[in-house]
Design a protein around this ligand. Structure first.
Ligand code: NAD
Length: 252
C-alpha cells in the first residue's frame, strides 16, 4: 500500500481518538540534520566514542566526552524543527494530543512549540555543574566548542566540569519524565510512534503499556521495528513525507 493510503488510515485513527500520546526517537530529527545512532553516520559503530558517552567515561575524561559528542552537539546547535515536530504541535493545539514522550536529547519538540514534553533521556540544551549542581544554558558553551575556542565547559562558581542534562549509559532515566510517560501511556487511546527503532528500554515498554490499556498504535519509521505486528497502522517511510501529507488534514 502506498504512503498516501496508509496516511489516510492513520488520519482516520487520529480523528477517532480522544487522547493521543506520541513516542518519538532519533528518526524524527534526522531530516533536521541530526544523525540517528543506528543509521548512516550514526554513533553506534564507533565503540571508542560510545565509551565516552557513559557516566564512567564522562568521569574518566570530561574533555573526551565533549570531543566524542562534538558532531552531535554541532548538529543539535544548528537544527530547526521538522514538519513532523510541527505535526505534533498542531495535534496538541487540537486538544487531542496530551503528551510527547521523547527519547531525543535535542530539545526540538520544545523549540517547535510542544508544551507537554517528557524528555526520557534528558536534554543537551541545559547542563549542571558536576560538583555544586549550578544549572546552565549550554548554547553559549556549544558555540565556543564549535568555534574551537573551548574544550570543556567549567562551572563559574567551583570550576568543576559541567555535564549536559542527558542520560548517559549507566545512568537512570529522570524519574518524573518516566512516571509521567507511563501515566500518559496508560491513559491514551492512540499512541503515535515516530522515528524510533524501539530497541532502547525502558522507553520501548511504553507501546506495550498503551496496548495493555486498550490503545491502538500507529508507527511511522523508515525501518521495521519489533513492535510493527502490534500496530493498527505501520508506515515505512520518511516522517517528513508523512507529515507533509497529514499536516493539512489536521483541523483545529
Ligand atoms: P534509533 O537510532 O535506534 O532509531 C531511529 C529510527 O528512526 C531508525 O529505525 C530509522 O529507520 C528511523 N528513521 C531515521 N530517519 C527517519 C526518517 N526521516 N523518517 C522516519 N524514520 C526515520 O533511535 P532511537 O530509537 O531514538 O534510540 C536511540 C537513542 O539515541 C535514544 O536513546 C536517543 O536518546 C539517542 N539519540 C538521540 C538523537 C536526537 O536527540 N536527535 C540522535 C541520536 C541518538
Amino acid at each position: 500500500m502506498d504512503m498516501e493510503r496508509q496516511s489516510e488510515q492513520a488520519i482516520a485513527l487520529i480523528r477517532e481518538a480522544k487522547n493521543i500520546v506520541a513516542l518519538t526517537g532519533a528518526g524524527i530529527s534526522t531530516e533536521a540534520g541530526i544523525p540517528d545512532f543506528r543509521g548512516p553516520g550514526g554513533l553506534w559503530g564507533d565503540v571508542e566514542k560510545l565509551n565516552f558517552l557513559s557516566l564512567s567515561g564522562f568521569r574518566r575524561s570530561p574533555e573526551g566526552f565533549y570531543r566524542a559528542s562534538s558532531d552531535l552537539i554541532n548538529a543539535i546547535s544548528r537544527a530547526e524543527p521538522t514538519s513532523a515536530h510541527r505535526l505534533l504541535v498542531r495535534l496538541e493545539e487540537t486538544g487531542k494530543l496530551k503528551a510527547v514522550a521523547t527519547q531525543n536529547i535535542d530539545g526540538l519538540h520544545t523549540t517547535a512549540g510542544s508544551r507537554v514534553v517528557h524528555e526520557l533521556h534528558g536534554t543537551y540544551r541545559t547542563g549542571r555543574c558536576t560538583q555544586c549542581a549550578k544549572a546552565y544554558e549550554m548554547a553559549g558553551f556549544y558555540a565556543e566548542i564549535g568555534a574551537g575556542r573551548l574544550t570543556l565547559p567549567l562551572c563559574s562558581v567551583c570550576a568543576a566540569p559541567i555535564k549536559p542534562d542527558i542520560v548517559l549509559f549507566e545512568e537512570n532515566l529522570p524519574e518524573e519524565a518516566w512516571i509521567k510517560s507511563v501515566a500518559a501511556a496508560e491513559a491514551c487511546d492512540l499512541m503515535l510512534i515516530f522515528g524510533s527503532s524501539l530497541v532502547v528500554y525502558p522507553a520501548a515498554e511504553l507501546p506495550m503499556i498503551a496496548i495493555a490499556a486498550g490503545a491502538k498504535l500507529v508507527i511511522v519509521n523508515m525501518d521495521r521495528t519489533g513492535h510493527d505486528s502490534l500496530a493498527a497502522v505501520t508506515i515505512h517511510g520518511k516522517l517528513g513525507d508523512f507529515a507533509n501529507l497529514t499536516l493539512p488534514l489536521i483541523n483545529h
